[in-house]
Ligand binder design. Structure first.
Ligand SMILES: NC(=O)c1ccc[n+]([C@@H]2O[C@H](COP(=O)([O-])OP(=O)(O)OC[C@H]3O[C@@H](n4cnc5c(N)ncnc54)[C@H](O)[C@@H]3O)[C@@H](O)[C@H]2O)c1
Ligand SMILES: O=P(O)(O)OC[C@H](O)CO
Length: 354
């Protein structure tokens, strides 16, 4: 008989030793969730001042102003000490620095250790995702990625959300569900690491587009059209690179795309909004003071799509605006007047008449 009622919680409450690498907004948010679940969190930050502030006051005012962290949190600049005794390691280092940090400290990780990337970006050289970097630099570990509609500023307020752990090893998936799952944070599972990770990186591009549309007050219908065509475009791209299209139906796909394209709490959305209001890209990024991965992902995806012959009109249009000096109005007009084609190309193939 199919089960029609909710089973009781499958979350265990065993206390573990865990490590978080990266003292920015998301590293801080995940540290808070883990510490509130009772785990001992060894928290690596590169800034000695931030370590001191967290140790003395329980705050990270540079990245999470006004948020009090409680529980057994052990901040440190000593990478080796942080990683040494951890059963699982969560990595929240921006994509630009990710490989260097892992490579420099590769010998600190131990065989079979669980290492989970929280980073939503792509490496320029070779178009590598963070799980691929982990595989190359620390192949003795067990690798996974975590991605979903997870605005750090909401998680630290204990606002309800969910995420996805993608890993090949079922023990890694179960362990991460147990480590993080709680009354405000649910963890769903997937095996499509590449799809989950690509979805998290690609949605940042469309969040910039959506921020721009919001600044220009294009309307609610336009917002919906952009999100849906963004989904079509990102899944077309990911599938051509080997991801499973169904992943884009889940929290790491639609879920994350919707939140970042509709919320001014998203840094990528905010950059798009500022440019839509007339700011220069460099000024918008400087004003943000935090990472907006979509700026870099856009360049890499545009190049990759052109090399592979993948049709990505929103990516191309945004690139022309941000890096080619095109007017937003001309790009919108070009997009609206392009060949009208299939809605869902997995049902009705696109006609290649352009
Ligand atoms: N903030 C969110 O809501 C959120 C949610 C999910 C995923 N993410 C992803 O998490 C990753 C990290 O983003 P964030 O929001 O924490 O960024 P952030 O801008 O808030 O912080 C970046 C952190 O990285 C550190 N850092 C930068 N270069 C470093 C280096 N060379 N060595 C060591 N540390 C370095 C900075 O000191 C800072 O602590 C990004 O890929 C982002 O897409 C963020
Ligand atoms: O603030 P952003 O735009 O980096 O988005 C944060 C998270 O990825 C939302 O899930």
């Amino acid at each position: 008989m199919p089960q029609t009622t909710n089973p009781t919680s499958n979350t265990e409450n065993k206390k573990e030793q865990v490590a978080v690498l990266g003292g920015g907004s998301f590293g801080t948010a995940i540290t808070k969730v883990l510490a509130e679940k009772g785990h001992t969190v060894h928290f690596w930050m590169r800034s000695a001042e931030q370590v001191q502030e967290l140790a003395e006051k329980g705050t990270n005012s540079r990245y999470m102003p006004g948020v009090q962290l409680t529980g057994d949190i052990r901040p440190s600049t000593d990478f080796s000490a942080v990683v040494k005794n951890a059963d699982a390691v969560f990595v929240a280092i921006p994509s630009k620095a990710f490989r260097n940090v892992i490579r420099e400290h590769a010998s600190d990780f131990h065989d079979g250790q669980i290492v989970i990337s929280l980073t939503k970006g792509i490496e320029r050289d070779g178009f590598k995702l963070m799980s691929e970097i982990l595989q190359e630099e620390i192949p003795r570990t067990r690798i996974g990625v975590l991605s979903g509609p997870n605005l750090a500023g909401e998680i630290v307020q204990r606002d309800l959300t969910a995420t996805v752990i993608a890993a090949k090893d079922p023990d890694v998936r179960r362990t991460v569900q147990n480590l993080l799952g709680c009354e405000y944070f649910r963890v769903y599972a997937n095996v499509d690491i590449y799809g989950v990770e690509l979805a998290g990186a690609l949605k940042n591009i469309y969040a910039i587009v959506a921020g721009m549309a919001s600044a220009l007050e294009l309307g609610e219908n336009a917002k919906s059209m952009l999100i849906t065509r963004g989904l079509a475009e990102m899944s077309r791209f990911a599938v051509s690179l080997g991801a499973n299209p169904m992943t884009f139906m889940g929290l790491a796909g639609v879920g994350d795309l919707v939140v970042t394209c509709t919320s001014s709490k998203s840094r990528n959305f905010r950059v798009g909004y500022a440019v839509g209001k007339g700011a220069q890209l460099e000024d918008a990024v400087a004003e943000l003071g935090q990472v907006a991965e979509g700026i870099y992902t856009l360049q890499l995806v545009k190049e990759k799509a052109e090399d592979a012959g993948i049709y990505m009109p929103l990516v191309r249009g945004l690139y022309e605006i941000l890096y080619g000096g095109a007017s937003i109005k001309a790009v919108i007009n070009g997009l609206m007047m392009a060949v009208q084609n299939s809605d869902v190309e997995f049902i009705l193939p696109r006609t290649l008449t352009y």
